[in-house]
Design a protein around this ligand. Sequence first.
Ligand code: SF4
Length: 363
Amino acid sequence: MKDIDLDELLKEININAFQNDLINWFQNEQRMLPWRENQDPYRIWVSEIMLQQTKVDTVIPYFLNFMDKFPTISYLAEAQEQEVLKAWEGLGYYSRARNLQQAVREVATTYNGKVPSNPKQLADLKGIGPYTKGAILSIAYDIPEPAVDGNVMRVLSRILRIEEDIAKPKSRRIFENIVVEIISQDNPSSFNQGLMELGALVCTPKSPSCMLCPVQPHCKAFRDGVETQLPIKSKAKKQKKLAYYTFAISNEDGEYIIEQRPEAGLLASMWQFPMVLKEEVDEEHIMTWLEQKYGVSVTLDEVLKPIKHVFSHVIWEIDVIHLHVNENKAELNDARFVNINKIEQYPIPVPHQKLIEQLIDGK
Ligand code: SF4
């Protein structure tokens, strides 16, 4: 570590007292969450993947449903990818689900169905980054490994008054080195979870509850009155806006055309109504474009409510057009007609689920 002198930084903190205060608080105040019922590494793994970019309250029902459907490594390893995507539908960041299943399959075949406790083997599994690796090792296997996410960086920035920009990828390494020095060797699970829980419940981003904080006596930011100025976090770039047309194309049997997205990229392998970037087709050529692409001739029915959906890096702004098929001129190429009430059986991204709601409920 170049910029920060660890010895200097940790000189003022009583590490034993800090560990005790944090662990005692966690053991008394932790929320009862379904993945905390036991130390099953598979359950902890699934929960940590679901919790990336997603709030606890949102994750709970998905986690319970997922464990119901895929209670063990072998259930998930043997499931169809489409079933897994369906169970993930609405959580977003679907590559998480695909990577998880791929890694679980590797655990089933290479490690006899047992999640490895060897850091190198664990880190080599698809979708397991440094944070998830540390979380599984410490929570499931009681191994003192750091598990540093944005929450933990915020809490430690304040406690130790660190002014590194936590938005920069290289900062994580600094915080990992700190955790290596201060983690409890006796109870790394409660220590790491305590830091995360403190970030979620007490040392929150905008208004930390310092008066109720179990580690307040150790906190330099509180001592110096700068807790709301930390952490330093530079602003993320603005999301790019993409304008689309989406087509709800129905036949006289109440069926609509849906198609599968490509196997790679955003929302890979999920199903959707036909859509195209506005820059790729002029408004007056839409009918011809549809005819050529899907082999159907269509008549305009109505323009539906536009849909907006915000992903992490892009925003979709979708104009929705409802059309009727005049005649089926050919096979639908790679698309298919599906009854509106049965489309829900496919994994559908959230913006297209909003369209289904419009079509069914007239919302
Ligand atoms: Fe966070 Fe305040 Fe506790 Fe410091 S005293 S760790 S700033 S809640």
